[in-house]
Write a protein that binds this ligand. Structure first.
Ligand code: PBG
Ligand code: ZN
Length: 321
């Protein structure tokens, strides 16, 4: 085996090559600020203001990155998340601005209500047999409206993330009815109820005021259920499936890749924070740790990797060669 591991031979035999086109950059755009605001629990990450967001996207594009995933932080929150589907909402405005300046950037929008509801849950809540909980069908209607408003603003891909039943099929029909047949759906199809979303709740101001998300997100212990969720979304017309978080769930990702659709892995806020914190303490080397994690996610079968490290990768890949 060691013949093939010599310095000269090894590079030509490397099986998995990380490419910039594999990466998706998550970006937070905040309606309440005019100056970019650092996110404490995610060193190096910011909430951007609307007036900066197009130049941020332009710089990423100049560096060779081709896709962004937008999260909005609105001025107003209410029980029904009305600002989430406002034509003049923060995400809608950001998409229009970005598409004007960098039309070739693939703009993906997160479709969810938790940043827009005052209670912080991902859709409409109400009374159920087990107490107050997320209502499935009432929330579907809301997701349809949000998706249509993002498509109208120019989003290439909508990414519904609230784990409702029938969500992908519902959004697909709603988009088609409004003549947005060409807008893709990247479903957060397999989304676990994970402790690793912790820093995101500060980043997107999307913490909840009661309960938790375990009545809609998947139990991390359940691999079969995780596969079934993605299988159902594939049947409803998803164009891209997703596993989130990804780092501890590569077995699930590899299995879901057998469905035949493109699969994305989301390296979430807590995964970012762990690598960042350890490397800031000097306990691991950041660049090596990140490139290893991303290469392994790709090796497991991911076609796309959503990662907060994305903007560092162009520089790091250049340094390597
Ligand atoms: C909202 C949403 C969350 C993330 C993406 N969209 C948080 C959650 O479901 O509680 C997490 C992303 C991250 O941690 O980086 N539905
Ligand atoms: Zn949500």
């Amino acid at each position: 085996m060691r013949r093939s591991r010599s310095r000269t031979i090894q590079p030509i035999l490397q099986q998995t090559q990380l490419a910039l086109t594999d990466l998706v950059v998550p970006l937070f755009v905040d309606e309440n600020i005019v100056k970019n605001k650092p996110i404490t629990s995610m060193p190096g990450q910011f909430r951007y203001s609307l007036n900066n967001i197009d130049s941020i996207a332009k710089n990423l594009c100049d560096d060779g990155l081709r896709a962004i995933l937008l999260f909005g932080i609105p001025k107003n929150k209410d029980p029904k998340a009305t600002s989430a589907y406002d034509k003049q909402g923060i995400v809608q405005k950001a998409v229009r601005k970005i598409k004007e300046v960098v039309p070739d950037m693939v703009v993906i929008t997160d479709v969810c209500a938790c940043e827009y509801t005052d209670h912080g849950h991902c859709g409409i809540i109400g009374k159920t047999r087990c107490g107050t909980d997320l209502l499935n069908d009432a929330s579907l209607e809301l997701m349809n409206r949000i998706s249509i408003s993002h498509a109208e603003a120019g989003a290439d891909v909508v990414a519904p993330s609230c784990m409702l039943d029938g969500m992908v099929g519902s959004i697909r029909s709603a988009l088609d009815e409004e003549e947005h047949e060409d807008v893709l759906i990247m479903s957060y199809s397999t989304k676990f109820a994970s402790a690793y979303y912790g820093p995101f709740r500060e980043a997107a101001d999307s913490g909840y005021s009661f309960g938790d998300r375990t009545t809609y997100q998947i139990n991390p212990a359940n691999a079969r259920e995780a596969f079934l969720e993605s299988q159902l979304d594939a049947g409803e017309g998803a164009d891209i499936l997703m596993v989130k978080p990804v780092g501890f769930y590569l077995d699930v990702l590899a299995e879901i890749a057998t469905l035949g659709l493109p699969v994305a892995g989301f390296q979430v806020s807590g995964e970012y924070a762990m690598i960042k914190a350890a490397s800031q303490k000097g306990w691991i080397k950041e660049k090596e740790a990140v490139l290893e994690s991303l290469t392994c996610i790709k090796r497991a079968g991911a076609d796309l990797i959503i990662t907060y490290f994305a903007s560092d990768v162009p520089r790091w890949l250049n340094e390597k060669s």
